[in-house]
Ligand binder design. Structure first.
Ligand code: GLN
Length: 192
């Protein structure tokens, strides 16, 4: 099975580790660059993207994550993790890894919809609809030509894939639905 890490600088990394455990994977918590060695895939969790970015820069993990991707490592970003993966971030603008050709608006749903629940079809994963937990979620406002939109919410892309990079604006780790994590394991293992 693929070797998977979870970026453990800030945010909801422990919940991702728990989902992977349910899928039979003992994930590595990544806090320093050497922990990336030998990994097939890395999850960047939700949290506060500006704080996570600050820690990434402080721990000198920013460039090593780009190198990890260049060497073929798979990445999956959730919410704040998606913001960090994006090519361009707005509201407000901030530096990002630019490993996924999307533009993203932080806190795109505004105050009245800061957090909400939903469900949406995802043909790639089959039935039933994907449960959506959105928490101060960003909105993906533009996608490049190589980005596949695998699920939408309120007309905007909510689950996207570009090669070995997956991203969701919602939090599957807060539901009992493990299909997105299982899909990521297959991408990391080069089965999908
Ligand atoms: N609003 C947060 C940010 O901009 C993301 C929220 C989340 O990850 N649940 O970083």
């Amino acid at each position: 099975s693929p070797r998977i890490g979870v970026l453990a600088l800030q945010g909801s990394f422990a919940l991702h580790t728990a989902v992977l455990q349910r899928l039979g994977i003992e994930a590595v918590e990544v806090r320093r660059t050497p922990a990336l060695d030998g990994l097939d895939g890395l999850i960047i969790p939700g949290g506060e993207s500006s704080t996570m970015l600050k820690f990434l820069l402080e721990e000198d993990l920013f460039e090593p994550l780009r190198t990890f991707h260049q060497r073929g490592g798979a990445l999956y970003g959730t919410c704040a993790g998606t913001i960090l993966l994006a090519r361009a971030v707005q509201n407000p603008a901030q530096q990002s890894l630019a490993l996924l050709d999307i533009e993203i608006q932080r806190n795109g749903y505004g105050r009245q919809l800061e957090s909400h629940l939903g469900a949406t079809p995802c043909p790639e994963l089959g039935e039933p609809d994907l449960p959506l937990v959105m928490i101060r979620a960003p909105i993906i406002s533009a996608t490049g030509a190589d980005v596949h939109v695998l699920a939408k919410w309120r007309g905007q892309p909510a689950f996207v894939r570009e090669g070995r990079v997956l991203a969701t604006t919602f939090h599957p780790e807060l539901t009992t639905d493990t299909r997105i994590h299982a899909y990521f394991l297959e991408v990391a293992a080069c089965i999908r």
